[in-house]
Write a protein that binds this ligand. Structure first.
Ligand SMILES: Cc1cc2nc3c(=O)[nH]c(=O)nc-3n(C[C@H](O)[C@H](O)[C@H](O)COP(=O)(O)OP(=O)(O)OC[C@H]3O[C@@H](n4cnc5c(N)ncnc54)[C@H](O)[C@@H]3O)c2cc1C
Length: 424
């Protein structure tokens, strides 16, 4: 378990000044805080939950996992957090197989076809967060945990934000980073609107042990009710993502262990054999959200606070980490050019960089959703053709693999260069 040492905790009732205050110490917020601290900003992280929720046990599996791309791996390596993940648990996957229920066609993406060792890693979210927090602790980034926001105001004569907590503590910052997730209070307090679409679907997630091996492969089957996926975790252990109409969420969460195992077997067409063991499950209603703006003077949104996407292609935190790396790069340059980090013109560079990319991914997920929703007509034919086309036209498939693995240009430096620390 990560130990947040006393030195990192701010416990004073005197108002404090920081260059940057990050609200929300999840994977994305913590990555921003660590990166900005490393380039010389005075940073404070305010996190609602105490860090006891972080990864704690190798004999248990947390229900929430992410499939990390090479770009995310590079970012975490450059931040110094990759070793902490490797030391605990991560699993590379070398292939991805996608097929449609009751159809013969299957598309297979393989790492070796693009001369890569793998197509990414499956890692538990709280483990990623723990590894970054450990680095924050070592670097002595200031943190406040277990606290709630009371108000947030920007003073455009002082160029500073005033953050008041429910405890009465006050903090001043040149820049506030809203990294407080999909239901961002920072976004609401800043009055930033949201475009959203309810998928009327939920995802049930959790780890399972299967009779057969996952073969270091992620498996995704498209069914009438929504996709079903196995993400390779450890020997014969996979994380599942079982998509269902939202009306079935309570039913799925209320299933006995035995009935749950049977339903997973059916949803996966028994591809990995019987389900022999299950761990804690969780369910999430799915909504696409996009903040109408990512920035205001003195304030910026990152990660799920700015955008959420359908998780079927496992892009959410990968996009968030690209937000973090891009913001660190923009603010590093601002420091060199002696600009204020909260200036609208500085933050606009970040917004221009990231908003379009996030929008493209959201739209692509929408396209997938449209294509794979139940239909007995033309969509069935398009799907069949696409799946067989995907297997035949190798250059197109390899291009897709590289885009998904490495991210789209222009990439931030932290996402590009592996094994080289950019913070020297
Ligand atoms: C079913 C499912 C499967 C997914 N699979 C993948 C995948 O395979 N790959 C992938 O890339 N993404 C995936 N995602 C998306 C991914 O989980 C999210 O994009 C990611 O968790 C977002 O990280 P974040 O740090 O922005 O936000 P969060 O993880 O939500 O963290 C926000 C943090 O802010 C804190 N906080 C909240 N409010 C406040 C407040 N007012 N004050 C202080 N602190 C606050 C919270 O405690 C939390 O620590 C999946 C999502 C779902 C639902």
């Amino acid at each position: 378990m990560s130990q947040i040492e006393e030195t990192n905790l701010i416990n004073t009732h005197e108002a404090q000044q920081f260059d940057v205050v990050v609200i929300g110490g999840g994977m994305v917020g913590a990555a921003c805080a660590l990166g900005l601290h490393k380039v010389g900003y005075k940073v404070l992280v305010i996190e609602r939950h105490p860090p006891t929720r972080l990864w704690f046990s190798a004999s248990d599996y947390s229900p929430r996992v992410s499939a990390l791309t090479r770009a995310s791996e590079n970012i975490l390596r450059n931040l110094g957090a990759w070793q902490g993940i490797q030391d605990r648990r991560l699993h590379p996957f070398v292939a991805m197989r996608i097929w449609e229920a009751n159809a013969d066609e299957e598309v297979v993406f393989e790492a070796q076809s693009v001369r890569e060792a793998n197509l990414g890693y499956v890692v538990e979210n709280n483990l990623i967060q723990s590894a970054i927090w450990d680095e924050m602790v070592k670097a002595e980034v200031a943190v406040m945990t277990g606290c709630e926001l009371s108000s947030l105001e920007y003073d455009d004569t002082l160029y500073k934000s005033k953050i008041v907590l429910q405890s009465g503590q006050t903090v001043f910052a040149d820049l506030v980073i809203g990294a407080d997730g999909a239901f961002s209070q920072v976004r609401q307090m800043a009055g930033i609107g949201l475009d959203q679409h309810d998928y009327a679907q939920c995802a049930v997630v959790g780890c399972v042990r299967t009779e057969g091996s996952h073969q270091d492969t992620c498996w995704q089957r498209y069914r009438e009710e929504g996709p079903f996926a196995f993400l390779a975790m450890e020997q014969n252990v996979s994380s599942i993502a079982w998509y269902l109409p939202i009306q079935k969420m309570q039913w799925a969460m209320g299933l006995s262990d035995e009935a749950y195992r049977d339903e997973i077997f059916k949803a996966s067409e028994g591809r990995l054999g019987r389900i022999v063991e299950t761990w804690e499950r969780a369910a999430f209603p799915l909504t696409r959200r996009h903040a109408q703006h990512y920035i205001q003077s003195g304030l910026v949104l990152v990660g799920d606070a700015a955008h959420t996407v359908h998780p079927q292609a496992g892009q959410g935190v990968n996009l968030g980490l690209l937000d973090a790396a891009s913001l660190v790069e923009v603010l590093t340059q601002a420091k060199e050019w002696r600009e204020r980090p909260g200036d609208f013109s500085v933050l606009r560079r970040y917004e221009r960089w990231r908003r379009g990319d996030n929008l493209v991914v959201q739209r692509a997920m929408e396209g997938f959703d449209w294509l794979f929703e139940p239909d007995r007509g033309v969509k069935d034919q398009i799907r069949g053709k696409l799946l067989s086309f995907g297997n035949i036209v190798k250059p197109a498939k390899n291009w897709l693999i590289k885009q998904a693995l490495n991210g789209r240009e222009p990439l931030p430096k932290l996402a590009k260069i592996q094994h080289v620390s950019l913070f020297k």
